[in-house]
Every structure is written in C-alpha cells, then in structure tokens.
Design a protein around this ligand. Structure first.
Ligand code: SAH
Length: 452
C-alpha cells in the first residue's frame, strides 16, 4: 500500500531510530514518527512520503507504551536538547546498547561482539556541568533565554533545564534582569545587531565552583560591575567574564576573554585528579559518568607502570593525566593550543612530571615522532571527534604496532569503520563498553580495547 502526504495512519511502534524517533509499519509502509516510543500504538499524519517509507507527525497516542515515562521537563517535546525523555531510563540504555551493536555489525562487519553491559547513570537528570544558553527576543519583544528547538534556531524559553544544575536559573535571572533594567539588547542572528549572544555557565560538581561567561557582540557589557556584584552573591561563584564574539556565524565563543571578577577558570576533580577549566576549553559535561569512562579506559589500557603511552586527541589532558598515574610516560596530542596550555597547567597542578604534550594534528604529530625520533608505544589511546580518526593516523598506529589500542568514541558509526580498519591490519577487538554520558539524549560514548 502506498501513502500520500496528509494521510492518517494507525501504527504500532516497534523500533527506535538512531535519532530516537519511533518506527512502525502500516501495510508494509514504514513510518518514522518523532515523539512516539517503542510499544505505543499511535495515530500519525504523513508529512512526507517516499515510495516505501515516510515521516509522520504524532497526532494521538491510542495506547501508550509500557516503556513511556513522564518527561521531567515540560518542554521535552519541542526542545532539541533531549530526544528520549519520554522513554524509561532502562529502555534508553537498551536502545543505546542496540545502537552501538548495530553499527559494529552493519558498518564494522563484526559478528561476535565482546560487549559489556552499558554503564548507566545514577542521575539521569541534572548531570550537566556546562550549559550555553542563547539569548533572544520573543514576538512580544521580551528578552528570553532557553534552548533551540530541534534543527532550528527558535528559542524554547526555559531557564531551568532538567539536565542542568539549579544554579543556572539564578544566574540567568540576574543576567536577564540586568539586560531589562539597562536596556541591553539581545543579539539577533538575522540582522547581526544587538549585544548579548549567549550565557555560558559551568559548575564544578566536586568543588562547587561556578563560572559565568557572557558572550557579547561588542567590546563591553554596560554596567558590567553591577551585574558582576550581584553574581558574586551566588555561593560558589569563582569566575565571571565576558567573551567577545563579533563574528556573524553560529560559533558560540570568540577568542577574546575579559575577566570581570575572580579567576579565569574554575577547578573540578575527576577521581583523584584536579583540572582547571577555562571558558574556552573542552571538558566532558557529565562529571559522574566521566569518572567511569576514564576508569574503563584505564582498565582497558592494562598498565603495569612500565609503559609508554600516547593519548591522541587529548583535549586538556584529562585522559592523559588519568593514564599517567599508572604508566611510565604519557604523550598527549591535541590540535587546539589553548587546550594544551591547560593540559600542561593541569599536569603542574597535580605535580605530575611523566607527561609531554604536543600541539598539532594527531595524524601529523604521531607519524613525525615515529619516523624522525623512532618513538614507540606500548599503548595508544584515541578519543577523536565525531568524524573519527584520519586513515593516515590509523596506518601509523598499525606500523607502530602497540600491544593495545584503547578507542574512546562519541560516534559509534565512525568507531565501527575505524575498528574494522585496525582489525584488518592485525588487531583483535577484545572488549566493547558503552558508557551513557548523556542520559535522555540519543548520544552514547563507547570505549573499546583492541590487542595485537
Ligand atoms: N580526550 C579529551 C578530549 C576529547 S574531544 C577528553 O576526554 O576531555 C576530542 C578532541 O580532539 C578535541 O579537544 C579536539 O580539539 C581535538 N581534535 C580534533 N581534531 C584533531 C586532530 N586532527 N588532531 C588532534 N586533535 C584533534
């Protein structure tokens, strides 16, 4: 049977797509329905139809699934931040494990996958240590902040995100009140006019330190000292700054930072290690789960104390420092110079000396060090961005022939591709462990151990 736009169909949702959408069939015609969950029977309206499949809008839940959960956030459906709030947390974990397995099978061609159970979170809400709230104006001309709706830049007004910390609301209330009081305009992406673009808030879960950074399309924030004085009253406030970004693009932060009060960074801990975090540096957003992720990476590295280790895509050296506790020497490589400054600072802060950091592309630094200086490795750890590792880097890893490779990935599709490459080159996939760093969203982190 073929369906056309605007047709109404009744479906039993039997699967969940990689973006969390429900999937069901009507007379052999597959329909993807956002906001429908596995087990629901729903009525959907076809909004886009192809030959064998289409996309439907959820019109009515005829019979709700047993796996439905009441979303904690009233805006869960409109907001682009969470895709899985309507699903019980148990079922979310099952979905994520299946997603990783599916990619390893279909893209990687693996059959017997040595998968450990997914490591879930004890706190599926209020876990984020960082939030970047866009500031805009609604139709009535009132200043608003919240999060973008899925695939658009329409702000869904919400100062109290269910994934963030309670301090976010206090900070946002003060900044928006300040803007209203002194007539400070929010930035308008269409015209490029207006001043305040985003409000960045970071919170150190283990130290209680708070950072606020207001991103402005200008050189200063009017009456900044008054706002700063009010923000300082929030217990834990440690760093208040403005970041200057006059570029007409959707990159959130600019290069220039001006501290209004306090330090240019906050400190937080993962395990026994302290880290300095500045507004511009990358730091994992879920501190509880990060500890578990790094512990898993360390376990897979199987260090005895004599090993030479490379940590590629090391960011601010977070994993490097974790590994250095158990290795002879660790070398980290990262493309962003400021992150390497943080990494070196973090090594000093923890009085650790068995580390060296390189600024550059992993696919250039590692081959150079290997060919020119004959550096070798017992263990290589990689933690690349979504696009995965460069083929030239994987070739160098194969040439260097370390005993183990630990692959930390935030995208199981590119992970599967790279694991296949390494396994065709002589490695064996020993263990796979998904770690849920982002409860209520479709993202999943995975750690893998490969051995020669
Ligand atoms: N391991 C770190 C950071 C992982 S995020 C942690 O857990 O905190 C991935 C990092 O790779 C980012 O810091 C990014 O800047 C860096 N990066 C991206 N492309 C790179 C490349 N070609 N070579 C080296 N680093 C790169």
């Amino acid at each position: 049977m073929e369906y056309r736009k605007n047709d109404l169909v009744t479906l039993k949702i039997e699967d969940c797509g990689v973006d969390g959408e429900g999937i069901g069939k009507a007379d052999g015609f597959t329909v993807f329905v956002k906001d429908a969950v596995i087990g629901d029977t729903v009525k959907a309206k076809i909004i886009k139809a192809k030959k064998n499949y289409g996309y439907g809008r959820l019109m009515e839940i005829i019979k709700p699934s047993l796996f439905r959960a009441e979303p904690e956030c009233a805006f869960a459906r409109q907001c682009g931040g969470c895709q899985l709030q309507a699903l019980t947390y148990e079922k979310q974990l099952e979905f994520k494990e299946k997603k990783v397995r599916g990619h390893l099978e279909r893209i990687g061609g693996f059959t017997q996958i040595p998968m450990e159970s997914v490591i879930g979170a004890e706190h599926p809400f209020h876990y984020r240590n960082k939030a970047q709230f866009p500031v805009g104006m609604n139709k009535e001309g009132r200043i608003i902040t919240g999060f973008y709706a899925g695939r658009t830049h329409t702000i869904i007004e919400n100062r109290d995100c269910a994934l963030g910390v309670k301090e976010n609301k206090q900070v946002l209330d003060l900044v928006i009140d300040h803007m209203e009081k002194y007539g400070i305009q929010p930035y308008d992406e269409v015209t490029g006019k207006g001043l305040v673009r985003h409000i960045l808030i970071r919170y150190g879960f283990f130290t209680g330190q708070i950072m606020v950074c207001v991103i402005v399309n200008g050189d200063r924030l009017p009456k900044a000292e008054i706002l700063s004085g009010q923000l300082q009253q929030i217990p834990g406030m440690t760093s208040i700054s403005i970041n200057i970004n006059k570029k007409r693009n959707n990159v959130i932060l600019g290069d220039r930072l001006e501290v209004l009060w306090g330090k240019p960074y906050i400190v937080d801990k993962i395990g026994d290690i302290s880290y300095q975090i500045s507004p511009l540096s990358f730091f994992q957003v879920n501190p509880y789960q990060t500890g578990k992720l790094y512990a898993k990476a360390l376990e897979y590295a199987q260090l005895k104390g004599e090993e030479n280790v490379w940590d590629l895509y090391c960011g601010t050296g977070t994993i490097s420092l974790f590994l250095a506790q158990k290795a002879r020497f660790v070398r980290g490589v990262e493309i962003i110079p400021a992150a390497i400054d943080n990494a070196r600072e973090n090594a000093r802060l923890n009085h650790m000396e068995n580390l060296e950091f390189f600024v550059g592309k992993a696919e250039e630094v590692l081959p150079r060090e290997y060919e020119k200086n004959g550096t070798y490795a017992d263990v290589i750890v990689v933690d690349p961005p979504r696009k995965g590792c460069d083929a030239h880097l994987l070739d160098t890893i194969l040439k260097m022939n370390p005993s183990r490779v630990v692959y930390v990935s935030c995208d199981s599709a590119t992970l599967a591709r790279d694991l296949r490459y390494l396994c065709d080159g002589g490695y064996r996939l020993e263990k796979v462990c998904p770690v849920d760093m982002f409860p209520n969203t479709v993202s999943i982190e995975t750690v893998c151990c490969l051995s020669r």
